[in-house]
Design a protein around this ligand. Structure first.
Ligand SMILES: *Cc1c(COP(=O)(O)O)cnc(C)c1O
Length: 356
């Protein structure tokens, strides 16, 4: 059977060659006769895998030798909502409220201190990125979300925070575009959107921001301890780390972040130009804030939905439904999605217009 065009928002498409290699390794990891699922996480084979994964992450973000450590943790990005605050929030932190995930991060941080919402786009159901705002100077850190997976907006530039650490949830656009990653002091990302299967969370942290809060931090919540134990305080999510490593190797083989950004640009230009051209559809977000990863759009006439749904489903397209909180459609175009898949969707939209 031909593989569907998978626009799922996460967990999502990964490169087919990664699926193939990973499935082989479930039976026999690199000729060892053992499955990746049955070896010790302290074995030489796995230590090599996690070291490679950590090194590749720093390399792809261009953060080698800049004071950063890459860690693999569990609990998803949602665990990082509280871990960042646990480790960094002493008195007051600032948050940009740009979507559901930001709002969740704010809620968790409030368990640990004062939270100031520095700017919010909630007034318009998060369909834009706030721009004119001032960042107070007395914050322990500023937290932002680079790509708002549900609403389809993406930050194109980031606030300058010379005096405080900048923390960023990059779950849905890490490794997708070239930006200066060294402007951030802590980056986290659940693996399941551009990096690998669910289960692992990548944390990239600048070591010198840690150790400044006075509270006691439980071991499993403590970045410093995870750094000291080389990301192996307890059993890491072995398979998820392994497949993340394979995906990062695939990325490196294919020209890295700069090459994938060009492909991602092509894909997003293709879908957005059709959304703008086709009289049956309208985009959900402000144009200048459109996400290269998640394109959100709706039908101008909702009554046409059953007919459009039938059409894209019969074109072997999967996962196009919008998040339940905004409805409509969302085309998630993560790194591994091909340009052909996006062209197929655009063709379906064009064809749909002719049938109306
Ligand atoms: C999916 C997502 C999350 C939640 O990730 P979990 O790993 O399920 O906790 C958080 N932030 C963003 C931006 C996301 O896209």
């Amino acid at each position: 059977m031909e593989r569907p065009h998978n626009f799922s928002a996460g967990p999502c498409i990964l490169p087919l060659e990664v699926f193939e290699k990973a499935s082989q390794s479930v039976i026999d990891l690199d000729g060892s006769g053992l499955s990746i699922l049955e070896i010790s996480h302290r074995s030489a084979a796995f230590v090599e895998i996690i070291e490679k994964a950590r090194a590749l992450a720093l390399e792809q973000l261009n953060l080698n030798n800049k004071g950063y450590k890459a860690l693999f943790m569990q609990g998803g990005a949602s665990m990082q909502f509280l871990m960042t605050a646990y480790n960094l929030l002493e008195k007051k932190a600032g948050y940009l409220d740009t979507g559901t995930w930001s709002a969740n991060a704010i809620k968790e941080a409030k368990n640990f201190g004062n939270v100031e919402v520095v700017a919010s786009s909630k007034d318009k159901n998060y369909n834009y990125i706030p721009k004119q705002y001032e960042v107070p100077t007395d914050l322990d850190y500023l937290h932002c979300t680079s790509n708002n997976t549900i609403f389809g907006t993406q930050m194109k530039s980031f606030p300058e925070t010379v005096k405080m650490p900048l923390v960023c949830d990059m779950s849905s656009d890490i490794f997708s575009r070239e930006i200066d990653y060294s402007q951030f002091d802590l980056i986290y990302a659940g693996a399941q959107k551009n990096m690998g299967p669910a289960g692992a969370t990548l944390v990239v942290v600048k070591e010198d921001i840690l150790g400044k809060v006075t509270r006691d931090i439980p071991s499993m919540m403590n970045y410093e301890l995870f750094i000291k134990r080389e990301s192996m305080f307890n059993t890491p999510p072995v398979f998820s780390v392994y497949v993340s490593m394979l995906t990062m190797e695939w990325l490196a083989r294919n020209g890295g972040v700069s090459a994938i950004e060009k492909k991602n640009q092509k894909k997003s230009e293709s879908i957005y130009s059709e959304i703008d051209r086709n009289p049956l559809f309208k985009g959900f977000t402000e144009k200048e804030d459109r996400s290269m990863m998640n394109a959100t759009f709706t039908l101008k006439d909702e009554k046409l939905a059953p007919r459009f749904d039938e059409l894209w489903q019969s074109a072997n397209i999967n996962g196009l439904n919008g998040h339940r909180s905004i409805g409509g459609y969302r085309a998630s175009m993560y790194n591994a999605l091909s340009i052909e898949s996006v062209e197929t969707l655009v063709d379906v939209m064009k064809h749909f217009e002719k049938t109306i």
